[in-house]
Design a protein around this ligand. Structure first.
Ligand code: NAD
Ligand code: DAU
Length: 372
């Protein structure tokens, strides 16, 4: 093994293992599931997903359409905060990869409760199940304790005006979403310290790519622009995000699962930091649509100005991203153009109610955004 800092045998959680993936019908979780099962290496995956508005079984359609892959997937509709559902699933698994969360900052401003229930109580329920399995392993009832990987976010560092956040930096979350994410990962790490659980944490950057729910910046602006609808840019649009392709995020999570050191946190940067305005310009160029669609709207309350991660620790573990932002963004635009049925379905149900609450008043009082 060449990875510096790795403390696990290369084979653990590799081909043939059995993983429990929570939130596996969401954006990043489904990519993780598709990519691993698509390798046809014998790995079995159980997904537990509550199928909230953001969860979509169609995200796993490529797996379910392939008999060999479908045979290695078990899909359970359930809540990670429900111990009766979670217990037996963790008992069957060698590792738990926790993607499940409410993930949209804007929704956390209006309705924070579900963020806390899933992000804190849900994590607690999963950890208690892992603790029971660790005790069974200590008693010789299973070969090893399960590893628990908590998928966290760069937002736990809060807004970073200059420089790049390192894993030991202070956590200063500033939205209900990021506060719940910080609480969840701190709880997970406390189980490592107090109970000796095998816990690892990843903190990923802003992720983009196919199957991304259209409430988020990139898919919202692509799908609105396809329909020639206004693009609501918050404030001056100079907030900066670091963009990470979903396949690289999922790949890095798997790498940390296999090679990360117990008790450690790993940043997962995209290494593509841009102001929102530039992202929008690139999208419009790719779509052949005019800047006149862009509206300057009232800013998000508490809007973090910038996130930026230092990726030294993950690089030392042997991980390299594979997708450039230029290639990834162009492929993402192509995907939305080719998969209109998928995103139109995601923009149905309570979408219009959500959209009106989030953007109705903002757009009514908006002006075309100046191009700088
Ligand atoms: P998503 O909203 O697309 O998917 C979340 C999934 O979790 C959905 O399928 C949903 O049904 C499921 N879920 C929600 N509550 C649940 C519960 N109580 N029990 C079981 N399932 C539940 O989110 P995403 O963008 O794929 O993010 C996945 C994880 O990665 C989250 O933990 C998020 O905080 C983290 N993250 C996301 C990004 C990003 O840019 N998208 C970046 C860094 C970290
Ligand atoms: O940084 C990681 C985080 O990235 C994840 O933890 C979150 O789950 C994920 O949702 C994402 O959070 P952001 O708030 O950064 O993503 P969002 O797509 O909502 O917004 C990206 C930027 O675009 C942000 O500066 C707000 C701005 N924005 C967003 C929307 C939806 C707009 O200007 N207009 C919009 O309509």
């Amino acid at each position: 093994m060449t990875e510096e800092g790795a403390d696990r045998a290369d084979g653990r959680f590799g081909p043939g293992s059995h993983l429990l993936v929570t939130g596996g019908a969401g954006f990043i979780g489904s990519c993780f599931v598709r990519d691993i099962l698509g390798r046809r290496d014998g790995t079995q995956i159980t997904v537990i997903d509550k199928l909230t508005y953001a969860g979509n079984r169609a995200n796993l359609a490529p797996v379910e359409a392939d008999a060999e892959q479908a045979g290695r997937l078990r899909f359970v509709v359930g809540d990670i905060a429900d111990p009766a559902v979670v217990g037996p699933l963790v008992a069957d698994a060698e590792a738990v990869v926790n993607f499940a969360a409410e993930s949209h900052v804007d929704r956390s401003i209006h309705d924070p409760e579900a963020f806390l229930v899933t992000g804190v109580i849900g994590v607690h329920v999963l950890l208690e199940a892992c603790r029971r399995e660790a005790a069974r392993a200590a008693g010789g009832e299973r070969p090893a304790a399960p590893r628990f990987l908590q998928v966290s976010t760069d937002e736990v560092y809060g807004s970073v005006e200059t420089g790049h956040s390192r894993e030991g930096d202070r956590l200063e979350p500033r939205s209900p979403y990021s506060a719940a994410k910080a609480a969840g990962e701190i709880l997970a790490r406390s189980y490592h310290v107090t109970h000796g659980l095998d816990v690892v944490v990843t903190r990923g950057s802003n992720t983009y790519g196919p199957y991304h729910h259209p409430e988020k910046l990139i898919p919202l602006f692509i799908t609105n622009a396809i329909d020639d609808r206004p693009l609501p840019l918050y404030g001056d649009g100079l907030q900066r995000r670091d963009w990470l392709h979903v396949a690289d995020h999922a790949g890095a999570v798997e790498h940390v699962l296999r090679f990360g050191r117990a008790g450690e946190v790993y940043n997962v940067p995209g290494e593509a930091e841009l102001p929102n305005r530039q992202v929008v310009e690139r999208l419009l160029d790719l779509l052949g649509k005019p800047w006149s669609l862009v509206r300057r709207v009232e800013d998000r309350p508490g809007h973090d100005r910038r996130y930026a991660l230092d990726g030294t620790k993950l690089r030392a573990l042997g991980w390299r991203n594979r997708m450039s932002f230029e290639t990834g963004l162009a492929a993402t635009v192509d995907w939305y153009q080719a998969n209109e049925a998928w995103w139109r379905a995601a923009r149905s149900g309570d979408w219009d109610t959500y959209y009106e609450r989030q953007y109705g008043a903002r757009l009514a009082g908006s002006a075309q955004a100046a191009r700088e």
